[in-house]
Design a protein around this ligand. Sequence first.
Ligand code: NAP
Length: 248
Amino acid sequence: MNSQSPVALVTGSGRGIGRAIALKLFEKGAAVVINDVGDAGPAEEVAGYIREKGGQSSVLLADVSKENEVTGLFESIISSYGRIDILVNNAGITRDQLLLRLSEEDWDRVLDINLKGAFLCTRAALRYMVKQRRGRIVNICSVVGQTGNAGQANYAAAKGGLIALTKTCAKEVATRGITVNAIAPGFIDTEMTRRLNDNIKQEVLKQIPAGQFGTTQDVAGAVAFFVSDDASYITGQVLRVDGGLVMA
Ligand code: NAP
């Protein structure tokens, strides 16, 4: 490994926003670990692309909601790269339903991946970052974690919790050279939002001052800023990337 390259883990980076973040961090000079759960194909494609372009990248499959898999994930990173400098907690799912019809199973699964997964990865990363006295953690939240959203009680609660986790963690590790920030995307064009029906999409579009959904690149650019030296005095913040959807 090039000892000058920071080492980054982006969870859920085989596709969507995570993929764009992984490619952006590679462009910025990082060695990037691609994580996904299930099918390794898309993750291998991202890592292969980075290696073809002369970068360093590998795939580590793990379910971020399972403590033993997260422990194994970080042990593999440290054994291969010797360090971890950047953690982007991006892995997330939705299981939308009105609260009265929301099952316990769908509540638990969304909280487990979106919130507990970020906790497990953050705790594992901090064990190394604290010793290094350097680190960057970026949590991919959502504007609905700040505003709430009908039909997304589980998801909004998870993302709101993730914002609270971001601020708490930022306070705990600020003296150790580690920053912890959150990005709250609005509506970004990915498989997650392509599942919405056309009526909902049209209604949402009317509320976005920019008049369009964001791209995965818009979120990746914000991550690149938070992990850069330009952002070393910024911690515990939530940056909305939403075309002006929420202003407060
Ligand atoms: P996506 O296209 O559905 O991709 C989600 C990624 O997370 C996939 O690579 C998926 O892997 C991975 N993943 C799911 N469960 C996982 C687990 N247990 N362990 C590890 N990886 C797991 O979603 P996206 O739109 O890119 O969303 C990325 C993040 O942005 C999420 O946290 C989401 O909540 C947030 N966000 C998205 C939007 C939006 O408009 N798209 C808005 C606000 C916030 P597999 O392919 O193996 O399933």
